[in-house]
Ligand binder design. Structure first.
Ligand code: SAM
Length: 249
């Protein structure tokens, strides 16, 4: 049926492109992608010959109207990005909102997303979390952003680039303190998949002392804020207090 299909692509391991994703990409008339050359390689690996059209941050608002005309002409369209789920720190927001506004269906396929993949194996609380995308590149902006998040009780998830991993870990330690638990997931689904776990200062020390840990694709996750009040009264002391309270008149 005529719709805009949102199709996640692998974040490293090509076998993670689902059979349904392959089918949709082969059957639509047009594939909107960030970089036609990059996606061309993926598509040719799967023998998919559908026409690709570039849709990136710089032309998205203008180009959306062109895709809406194609939908109006009865052509089904798929949206992919360079890796993972479109719209998640990737283009697509303007296209999806404009296509919906124009009254066409938008149908998402489930698939790879680095944030969710990392969180699922992190060992950090996953009942509540906040995806924060990339931290600002400049130190001042980064510190301000982290200060805003310092007392958030949810697990925090950040994307990071290898060029900025060292200064970003320094900012995390500066604002969240050295003792907070964190996990750094690197090169998910690829040969050198690595999880570094520990306090912020421990993870930072491992990364700073090993240049290999500063390469590749990175997801940073921090334990949410834990109120210090609980640390002053260990569970045992609280239990004893409760017993005493029960006995008091
Ligand atoms: N749309 C993608 C998704 O669904 O995850 C994210 C695109 S964003 C431009 C790229 C960032 O995602 C990388 O800088 C890194 O932080 C993270 N990322 C992508 N692939 C990854 C992988 N295999 N391992 C760890 N992080 C990854």
């Amino acid at each position: 049926p005529v719709a805009l299909y949102i199709v996640p692509t692998p974040i490293g391991n090509l076998a993670d492109l689902t059979p349904r994703a392959q089918q949709v990409l082969a059957e639509v008339t047009l594939i909107a992608c960030e970089d036609t050359r990059h996606s061309g390689k993926l598509l040719s690996h799967f023998g998919i010959t559908t026409r690709t059209v570039a849709l990136h941050d710089h032309n998205e608002r203008a180009k959306a109207q062109w895709f809406i005309e194609k939908l109006a002409a009865g052509e089904a369209v798929a949206l992919i990005s360079d890796a993972g789920t479109p719209l998640i720190s990737d283009p697509g927001y303007h296209l999806v909102s404009q296509v919906r506004e124009a009254g066409f269906d938008v149908s998402p396929l489930p698939g790879a997303c680095a944030a969710i993949t990392a969180l699922s194996a992190s060992g950090l609380p996953s009942d509540r979390f906040s995806f924060e995308g990339f931290l600002p590149a400049k130190e001042k902006g980064r510190i301000d952003k982290l200060t805003e998040l310092r007392e958030d009780p949810r697990t925090l998830i950040f994307y990071e680039s290898p060029h900025r991993i060292v200064p970003s870990l320094a900012s995390l330690e500066q604002v969240f303190g050295s003792e907070r638990q964190m996990v750094m997931a690197r090169e998910l689904t690829k040969t050198f998949e690595t999880f570094l776990t520990g306090t912020i200062s421990e993870v930072r020390a491992k990364v700073e002392s090993d240049a290999n840990q500063q390469k590749g694709e990175i997801v940073l996750m921090c334990h949410g804020f834990v109120s210090q009040v609980n640390d002053e009264f260990p569970p045992k002391a609280l239990a004893t207090l409760q017993l005493l309270c029960d006995e008091l008149p």
